[in-house]
Design a protein around this ligand. Structure first.
Ligand SMILES: [Zn+2]
Length: 117
């Protein structure tokens, strides 16, 4: 089965969204332990931590977005943001690269890791 790629910014955004949901579910879970004050407090704190973490992740996306390069996707013609040497179009999942040496090659997230070393 071929691995499905999505834009890095989109990936981080869905992670932040998931954290908010987990936070609310955990806080809701506290209702089931309403006879035990300590457990309720633990669940409430955990839920709050998830929501705070998600806020931090959202701030991080904001910072990443200012550093991201704006390119016009050759696949769909829309403007998209990319991080690193290779990324995926936010609109149509078309692989994009800033490095002409990698152009035409099959998309591989490893290229980003190698460039960091
Ligand atoms: Zn596109």
């Amino acid at each position: 089965m071929k691995k499905r790629y999505s834009s890095k910014i989109n990936k981080i955004r869905s992670f932040a969204l998931a954290l908010i949901f987990v936070g609310f579910i955990v806080m809701y879970g506290a209702v089931f332990f309403k006879n035990n004050v300590v457990l309720v407090l633990i669940f409430m704190c955990l839920g709050l931590l998830c929501i705070i973490a998600s806020t931090v992740v959202y701030l991080w996306i904001g910072m990443l977005s200012t550093r991201a390069v704006k390119v016009v996707c050759p696949g769909c013609g829309k403007e998209t943001k990319m991080l690193g040497r290779v990324d995926i179009c936010m609109h149509c999942n078309e692989p994009l690269t800033l490095d002409p040496a990698l152009e035409g090659k099959e998309f591989n997230e490893e290229y980003n890791r190698k460039s960091k070393k």
